[in-house]
Design a protein around this ligand. Structure first.
Ligand code: BTN
Length: 379
């Protein structure tokens, strides 16, 4: 049996979704409450017209069609479905009168993960997420090729596979959940589903490895500057953290895609806490309070900031970003304990240098450059 199904996403001006409706003749309803029970495509009607008409009848809601979503084919054991998707919006500002589904409410595209949509609707939701992200995105390169996932091991893993298959610079992978999110120095990266912005994007700089390695700081700067623009008082902690109120808000993990020719690309993996942080790490991790962060918008803004920093960095290295680096450095002129070898050492941080190292003034007065390692403690 083959079914022709029309599905509609009803969105408001902000791209927030009221609900997903589906109409089909003889459709065996297996789905959750968003399912349209029954439905009929009248003779001479296109599936899109049918769904608009049915929503108007069923929900007493004056709507208009905004755009057609891609046609999606689902093949099941007993039947196949062709889903004609359509994006609809109410034509008036009046709140919709809902005959049924009175529990429906506007929901940002960013929060769609929290509802159990019918499996057949998922491609429509992904489409909406891409579309909403696209309306925020102001870049030329970064984020122009994007994969949105509900779940994966690590966005770095997925992007590494794409990079090895030849993905272009700027390719982006975003996921709601990670089952094996990782951090620097073999650590795990923990986050609750939907409570963090988890993404990886690809750069292909043509620089010697030492210079290319400073990209972590460029990414950290992009996150810091973007959050500051949003009135969130964060600072960059060398080499890969963004802190809020001395706790970790964001971590960055860069991994190389190498071949016999050397480094072909760098995967920049970023995790930003935007909601509830896992209890086990709450003593050292934080998310912005009282900020209703739209993660799709935040992501688009970070990529825009990154793109302009990246252009300057590829021409002039970290030196070209000196004023931003100094302004964002959370630990400059602060007392810190660093792990340089096995023995932790205390000193005063004297800033991030052009080669990406951290200058530390030891208690002897001697200054030393830390090329790797981490700041363990600070005042
Ligand atoms: C760190 O703090 O040591 C780095 C944490 C990096 C976490 C992000 S989440 C998205 C991307 N995928 C991963 O597995 N890790 C990075």
């Amino acid at each position: 049996m083959h079914l022709n199904v029309a599905a509609a996403l009803i969105v408001n001006d902000l791209g927030e979704v009221l609900c997903v409706k589906r109409g089909a003749s003889k459709f065996a309803s297996t789905a959750f409450r968003w399912e349209f029970p029954g439905g009929k495509i009248d003779v001479g009607e296109t599936p899109s017209q049918a769904v608009v008409r049915e929503i108007q009848e069923e929900l007493s809601m004056e709507i208009r069609a905004l755009a057609d979503a891609p046609i999606i084919h689902h093949v099941y054991d007993e039947f196949s479905i062709t889903l004609h998707g359509i994006l609809c919006t109410p034509t008036t500002n009046k709140p919709p009168v809902l005959n049924e589904h009175i529990d429906a409410c506007w929901l940002p595209a960013d929060k769609l993960w929290s509802l159990e949509f019918a499996a057949a609707d998922k491609p429509l939701l992904t489409w909406l997420r891409e579309r909403t992200f696209g309306t925020h995105l102001r870049t030329q390169i970064f984020g122009r090729a994007v994969t949105f996932l509900d779940d994966c091991t690590s966005t770095n893993d997925i992007l590494l596979a794409q990079a090895e298959a030849g993905a272009k610079e700027g390719t982006l992978v975003v996921s709601e959940k990670q089952s094996a999110g990782r951090g620097r120095l073999g650590r795990h990266w923990l986050s609750e589903p939907g409570q963090a912005l988890l993404f990886s994007f690809l750069v292909r700089p043509t620089l010697p490895p030492d210079e290319a390695a400073t990209i972590t700081l460029v990414a950290g700067l992009a996150v810091t500057l973007t959050l500051r623009e949003m009135q969130i008082s964060v600072g960059l902690k060398w080499p890969n953290d963004v802190l809020l109120e001395e706790k970790k808000l964001c971590g960055i993990l860069c991994e190389a895609q190498s071949s016999i020719h050397g480094i072909e690309g760098i995967i920049i993996g970023v995790g930003i806490n935007t909601g509830i942080v896992p209890e086990s790490i709450a003593y050292r991790a934080i998310a912005p309070k009282d900020k209703n962060i739209d993660r799709l918008e935040l992501l688009a803004r970070i990529l825009k900031t990154f793109e302009s920093l990246y252009e300057r960095w590829t021409k002039g290295g970290l030196k070209a970003l000196r004023s931003e680096l100094d302004a964002c450095d959370a630990k400059r002129d602060k007392r810190i304990t660093v792990k340089m070898s096995e023995i932790p050492t205390t000193g005063i941080a004297r800033g991030i240098q052009d080669d990406g190292s951290l200058l530390v003034e030891l208690s002897s007065g001697e200054q030393t450059a830390l090329h790797c390692g981490e700041i363990l403690q600070w005042d």
